[in-house]
Each structure stands twice: as C-alpha cells, then as structure tokens.
Design a protein around this ligand. Structure first.
Ligand code: AGP
Length: 610
C-alpha cells in the first residue's frame, strides 16, 4: 500500500505534491519521491525514510515546474532504498505506482533480453520500461500507457509524465484506488481523498480499467480499450480528520474494514488458480528447501502468536510435519531443542518485536532455517532471516492488530498448502480446492463485515457494562477465541478470557453466571458438534450466549441468546470469518466506553524491549 499524488496547474507543483504525500503518509512511509516537469525536462528527487527526508532533499535541490507526480512508498518488491523509491524513470517517462504487478518477472526477463537496463528490484520500474518501449514505437503517452497496461497483470494505480508532453499527466487504475480532483485551471490525482481536500472538494473516483488524461483545463476519462467515459463528479464534505481515516471514526475500524483488500494483496501473484497450486514466488522458501524440513516451529508474540497457533493446525494437517508453537519470550527462557532440519517461522507484524527477533536469532545460531513473516519490508526480523514472506496489509496504525492478523493467517495457510503439496500430503485436487477457497475468501470477508456490523454494534451496546466476557473456541477457532479476548482486553479494558471450549468444564465454568456474556465459536467444521455440547453447558449455568455460527444452523439459534452468522466455508477458512465479528465487538464496546481505541493505555504498537 503506497500513496500517489499528481498535479497539473499554474502553481509550483513540488509543495502541493509534498503536502498531498503528507496526508497519505499513513499508506506508507519508507521512502518517497517526486518527478516534476519544468516545461523542458523532468527532474526527479527521491529519499529514503519519512517524508521530511524528501523535503530536505527538495530544499537542497529545488524542483521548479507546475506539473508533477509524487509517491510515498510501502515496500512490496525490493527493500526500502533510494534506488527502489518511486518515481521510476525509463527513457523519457517517469512513473509512480501503488499496487502489485503479478507478472513482473517474465516481463523483466523479456525487457532485459531486449536491452532494457532495469536498475531497481521493483515491479514498478517494469511498467516504466513497458511505456518507454511503446513510446519508442511512435505512440503518444496515452497510447503508450494503454499498450503497456495491456501486458500487465495485477493491481495498479499509476501516474505517468513524459518529457515530450509537458502539459499532460496520464493516470490509470485497476484494483488499487485512484481519485481525481477537479480545480480551476488545475487538476489533481491521489490515492485517497485526503490528499486532494485542501485544494478541491470536487472529485471523480476512477473505476477499474479506466485511464484519465489530466491537463490544466480538462480531465478526459476512457476505458483501457479506448471508449470514452462520462464519470460522476462528487462533492466531498469530510473534515480533514475524517478524511485521513477515510470517513471511519478510528484507524482500527478502518483497518478492520480493509481486511478483504489486505487478503487480496497478500494472496496476489501467489495463488496459481490456473494450475490449482501456490506459486513458489515470494514465499521465502523454494522447492529445494522442502526435502530438508523435518519439523516446524512457529514463534511470535501477542496477536501474531494467535496466528501462529492457527498456523500449527494448518501445518500439522496439511503438511504432516511435527509443528510447535512458541511464545518468543518463553523460547529463550528455555534451552530449546532446535537445530538443522528445523524450519523456524518468526511471525511479526512490525518485524521489530525484540522477543521475536531474539528468538529467531537463537534458532539461527542453533542451525535452523529461519523464515520471517512480516508486514514491514526491510524490518529487523526479515533482515536477519534466511527467507522472508511479506504480508501486504499496508501500514497498521491502530495499536490493536486486526488486518495484519488475517494477513498472517493467509500467509501461513499459503505456506502450509505449498509445503503440503510438495511433500505429497495434499493431492492436486485438494490443493486446487484450497486455492479456490482462498480466492473466494475476500468476498466472504466483505459480506461478513457488511452483514454483521449493525448486529454486533447492538450486541456491544447491550453488553457494554459486562465486567467479564468469555470466548470459547475449539480446534482452529481456539486461537480465534484467544484473539477475541485479547482484542477486548486491549482496547476496552474489560476482563476477557479465551478458552478451548473443552477445557471450560475443567475450571473456568465456575466463572459463568447471568452477568457473563459467553461468546462461543461454533462454525460448521469437525469440532462443531462437540462445541455445541460446551455451548449447552454454558447456557445451563445461566451464561448469556452469543454464538458465531454458520448461517442457517437452527440448533445454534435455538440454544443461543444471539447468533452472528458467517457464510459456509471450508474448515481452514472459518478463522478468517469468525474473527471479524470479534474484532467489531471489541471495537464497539471500546467506542461506547469512550476509550482511546487507536492508542490504548499502556500499550505500544511495536515492542522493542524484552
Ligand atoms: C496486538 O493487538 C498487540 N498490540 C500485540 O499483541 C502484538 O501483536 C505483539 O506485540 C506482537 O507484535 P508484532 O506482530 O509486531 O511482532
């Protein structure tokens, strides 16, 4: 997730672009850059680090010109560095991009064979070279962008400027957001409305498969095939604060609703639906490593540890490999038996958690292969690991992790399916079935978020004064029960406990009375019938039962006070769906209590102490 802005008008573009990038910095902040056309040539300035580094660089080497593009980066392909920062230049064009080009590898090979000099590790530079290639064949910028995009698969919002066309910006979109801003004698584009709001309230939201040509006086939109488009102009009345959160009250709520997109991006280019398999690309593990793996350790803290616990179910059942889950802080408190033949997967949203980093280092010293699953490219854990698998959730601002959790689940499931297939544990048919189920997942998540929001909000309002809440789950949904309890504790300060449903009768059942809401996860899976027994035990003790169940499960409806329904999905996929109402529940309880949802007391987003 990166931020892009573009300007063509009468003013100096650099300050407007930098101001727009500042409003988009929540989308990424590992490097930034500008390309400005001064009427004769394009000048580019890029800098690693936060936006102030770019400001310093532009201060030292001013960029005059009233047409320009700017980018703030959240690395997906290639580490944060000046050479990988946008804009990328090829021949006479400069390009900025937000998204993921899935077929960048074969395109890179073809371009390099044809003599293109590609200097960065990014997928974006490939687009710049494709446009340059088309320009050399004699088309104008618009035709060349069209010709280039016809070869590209994946997600993109791009803005392009060409040395030979000093008065036109060409932009295009597919699956990544792009908004056009309409001014007087000036026009704008940006990844998101906040970048445009200080300059104009009149916007056009570009649709997938559309391009636009922006000049000072005009905005012309067409399809990739060249058909003209009449777009709706909307007037935005958001305050700047609302705009930063895309209209949501808190970053956490925005991030909860971003999960379908985060899952799509994390799976992008890694699911091979044509062959019903997981591609080895960017998994941090290659086919040649597979025979050497005898055992798996999943190591993490907090929410990432809950993802690891779900990962153990995936690894054991889909790969047949003995798998342990370790709290990173505890691993180092022991003398763990780890060595060559072990694959240690360190899972961390930030990639900087000190406990996880130290545990991964210990495992490496003992001779294990370390694979990092992280959301922040170039962070400490992937840097020290032997392989890296990035979730592509984009920056997570809310201290309570939500979208990174489901993105971690997706990464673990992909890895398990990849290994399971190569170890012969999964048949081609079963692998293809899982790949298809993963491809459907984001739609199901969208349905759950939209379909349950109001009901969950009402439940949270009704139970806002509960002093204790229990969450019960079995099998793959046990870690989800733990995660539901952690979310509620973190942001609402309500005492909550997650238990394995079957464990309740061994003690925690004593806590249940009519003042205690009991959230029971009973989706249709192998554990459902046993979990129903546990639900009845809680009901018999007077607990107020909130069930999270598969739609149309009449028995659950009869026995529960309230039921939040999720669509039918294979067992492996249910955690992605059951966790969503739990995140919403925690959010709304906290919001009704009026706590600081995004920055709860005593917590930090990244914990770099042991
Ligand atoms: C989650 O909501 C927490 N804030 C916390 O438990 C977090 O998951 C933990 O600190 C691990 O962080 P990491 O994923 O960045 O390593």
């Amino acid at each position: 997730m990166c931020g892009i802005v573009g300007y063509v008008g009468k003013e100096d573009s650099a300050p407007i672009l930098i101001d727009g990038l500042r409003r988009l910095e929540y989308r990424g902040y590992d490097s930034a850059g500008l390309a400005v056309h001064d009427g004769e040539r394009i000048q580019v300035v890029r800098a690693v680090g936060k936006l102030r580094e770019l400001e310093k660089a532009v201060g030292a080497a001013p960029l005059p010109g009233s047409l320009g593009i700017g980018h703030t980066r959240w690395a997906t392909h290639g580490r944060p560095s000046e050479i990988n920062a946008h804009p990328h230049v090829a021949g006479k064009v400069a390009v900025i991009h937000n998204g993921i080009i899935e077929n960048h590898m074969p395109l890179r090979e073809r371009l390099e064979k044809g003599g293109s000099e590609i200097v960065s590790d990014t997928d974006t530079e490939i687009v710049a070279h494709l446009i340059d290639e088309q320009l050399r064949k004699g088309g104008d910028l618009l035709a060349s962008v069209r010709g280039a995009l016809a070869q590209v698969e994946g997600a993109y919002a791009i803005a392009v400027t060409s040395q030979d066309e000093p008065d036109r910006l060409v932009v295009a979109k597919s699956a990544s957001p792009l908004v056009l801003g309409l001014g007087e004698g000036e026009n704008f584009c940006g990844s998101d409305i906040p970048a445009l709001l200080p300059y104009t309230k009149r916007v056009i939201v570009l649709e997938d498969g559309q391009l636009a040509v922006l000049t000072r006086e005009t905005v012309e939109i067409s399809t990739l095939e060249g058909a003209p488009v009449e777009a709706e102009v909307r007037t935005i009345d958001w305050s700047p604060m609302m705009a930063e959160k895309a209209g949501y009250k808190h970053f956490m709520l925005k991030e909860i609703f971003e999960q379908p997109r985060a899952i799509e991006d994390t799976l992008r280019g890694r699911l091979d639906r044509e062959h019903g398999d997981i591609t080895g690309a960017e998994l941090g593990l290659a086919d040649e490593h597979v025979p050497g793996i005898e055992r798996v350790y999943l190591v993490a803290c907090g929410t990432s540890h809950h993802a690891a616990m779900a990962g153990r179910y995936y690894f054991e059942s889909l790969t047949g490999l003995p798998t342990s889950v370790e709290l990173a802080s505890e691993l180092r408190a022991r003398d763990p038996v780890i060595g060559p033949g072990d694959l240690v997967i360190a899972i961390s949203q930030s990639g900087e958690t000190l406990d996880t980093l130290m545990a991964a280092k210990l495992a490496k010293e003992k001779g294990a292969r370390v694979l990092a699953i992280a959301n922040v490219m170039g962070s400490a854990i992937p840097r020290m690991a032997d392989g890296e698998l990035y979730t592509r959730a984009g920056p997570e601002i809310g201290v309570a992790s939500t979208k990174c959790f489901t993105a971690q689940l997706a990464a673990l499931l992909m890895l398990a399916v990849y290994l399971g297939r190569r170890r012969g544990r999964l048949s081609p048919e079963r692998t293809a079935e899982l790949v298809e189920a993963m491809a459907r997942l984001s739609h199901q998540m969208r349905d759950v978020l939209q379909g349950t929001r109001q009901l969950v909000m009402n439940l949270a309002r009704r139970h806002v004064d509960a002093r204790d809440v229990l969450f019960l789950g079995r099998g793959l949904n046990f870690p989800i029960a733990l995660e539901g309890a952690l979310k509620l504790k973190e942001i609402s300060y309500v005492h909550a406990e997650g238990y394995a449903s079957g464990e309740m009768k061994h003690g925690p059942i004593a806590l249940i009375d009519s003042a205690v809401p009991v959230v029971v996860l009973v989706p249709q899976d192998e554990c459902r019938d046993k979990s129903m027994g546990n639900l009845q035990e809680a009901k018999a003790r007077g607990g107020r039962i909130i069930a999270i169940a598969t739609e149309s499960d009449d028995e659950v409806h009869q026995l529960s006070d309230d039921v939040v329904e999720i669509p039918a999905a294979g067992s492996e996929l249910t955690p992605f769906l059951t966790v969503l109402p739990l995140q919403l529940y925690a959010y709304y309880v906290a919001d009704f209590k009026g706590t600081d949802v995004d920055q709860p007391r005593n917590l930090a987003k990244t914990v770099t102490v042991e």
